[in-house]
Ligand binder design. Structure first.
Ligand SMILES: NC(=O)c1ccc[n+]([C@@H]2O[C@H](COP(=O)([O-])OP(=O)(O)OC[C@H]3O[C@@H](n4cnc5c(N)ncnc54)[C@H](O)[C@@H]3O)[C@@H](O)[C@H]2O)c1
Length: 282
């Protein structure tokens, strides 16, 4: 079985690492500090336990066994022999840029890079490397271990063999892929961020409360979650970064970020991951 390199141990990186580790893969999980990695260990432990709790019919997973498959480290050099890197660092161009320049020099030539991003152009990321045909977008859905489908983005130079390799790899962890072409936000986020942003404007303008906005989507449109619950789940900081990327790249005012969303992020209200966003999670 391949060893999978996972970079970024936040919301998505933890979910991706867990998804591979619980199917028996060895995972190298990289982040920038030991304290973040310690928090990631706790998150993964908690999430494996919760998954067992909610999924009574399936074989219960032992969190210690899952964690034993993951090597937590700040050392990028450990990635030199892996065949696949799944990158999940912060949705900021300067951060992704630094990471891709680094891994392109460390990883072996045939290693494939999966970019987990909400909105950043895959073609632009691929251009940072000397292997653009082996770079593709893999927009995992949150929470990764329980979502069945991944939006895969074909960059300008992504080869068919790279897409096939990723289809095969993700199939082994029970995920199917939908392949789309590369424009910022792809399909999912180009549309969903308009919903979430406009919902924040509706609350800012005191048209209704967050609960009422979400209830209209759930009860009238039969959506499983409303736009503001979804924003809290994603992380309001990630939503703001993504809106900024969409606004900058399309130069279209429809993507201008709602001031209330930005103010909440400045106040430390990031949604589920900080314990408070549009809702409280204590
Ligand atoms: N949250 C979601 O629902 C969601 C869904 C799909 C895709 N994404 C995308 O996935 C990526 C990660 O999102 P997230 O929600 O996990 O963010 P997050 O803020 O929870 O985690 C990002 C992690 O990256 C780490 N990091 C920053 N610089 C780094 C570096 N140089 N090397 C290694 N690690 C570094 C941070 O310390 C942090 O732990 C983003 O591009 C985001 O747009 C997020």
């Amino acid at each position: 079985m391949d060893t999978i390199g996972v970079i970024g141990a936040g919301v998505m990186g933890c979910g991706v690492a867990q998804s591979f580790a619980q199917l028996g893969y060895s995972v190298i999980l990289i982040d920038i500090s030991e304290s973040i990695l310690d928090k990631a260990k706790e998150e993964i432990y908690k999430n494996v336990r919760l998954q067992g709790f909610f999924n009574k019919s399936e074989n219960l997973l032992d969190p210690e066994v899952v964690l034993s498959k993951i090597h937590f480290s700040t050392d990028y050099k450990l990635l030199e022999n892996v065949n696949f890197i799944i990158e999940n660092v912060t949705e900021k161009w300067e951060i992704k840029e630094e990471v891709y320049k680094k891994i392109d020099s460390i990883c072996k030539d045939n290693c494939i890079f999966l970019v987990n991003t909400s909105c950043i152009s895959i073609t632009k990321v691929a251009a940072l490397t000397k292997r653009p045909s082996q770079v593709l977008g893999a927009h995992f859905m949150n929470p990764v271990p329980i979502k069945s489908t991944v939006e895969v983005i074909r960059g300008y130079h992504t080869s068919n063999s790279t897409i096939d390799a990723i289809r095969d790899l993700l199939k082994t962890i029970g995920k199917e892929i939908i392949v789309v072409n590369d424009y910022p936000g792809f399909v999912s986020n180009r549309i969903s961020h308009l919903f979430m942003n406009e919902a924040a404007f509706v609350v800012q303008d005191q048209v209704s409360s967050a609960e009422e906005v979400d209830n209209i989507f759930k009860k009238c449109y039969s959506h499983k979650m409303g736009p503001l619950e979804t924003a809290d789940l994603i992380g309001l900081d990630t939503v703001v970064h993504s809106l900024d990327v969409l606004y900058q790249t399309y130069q279209d005012s429809k993507f201008r970020c709602c001031p209330l969303l930005r103010k909440m992020v400045e106040a430390g209200l990031l949604g589920r991951k900080s314990g408070k966003g549009f809702y409280s999670y204590q």
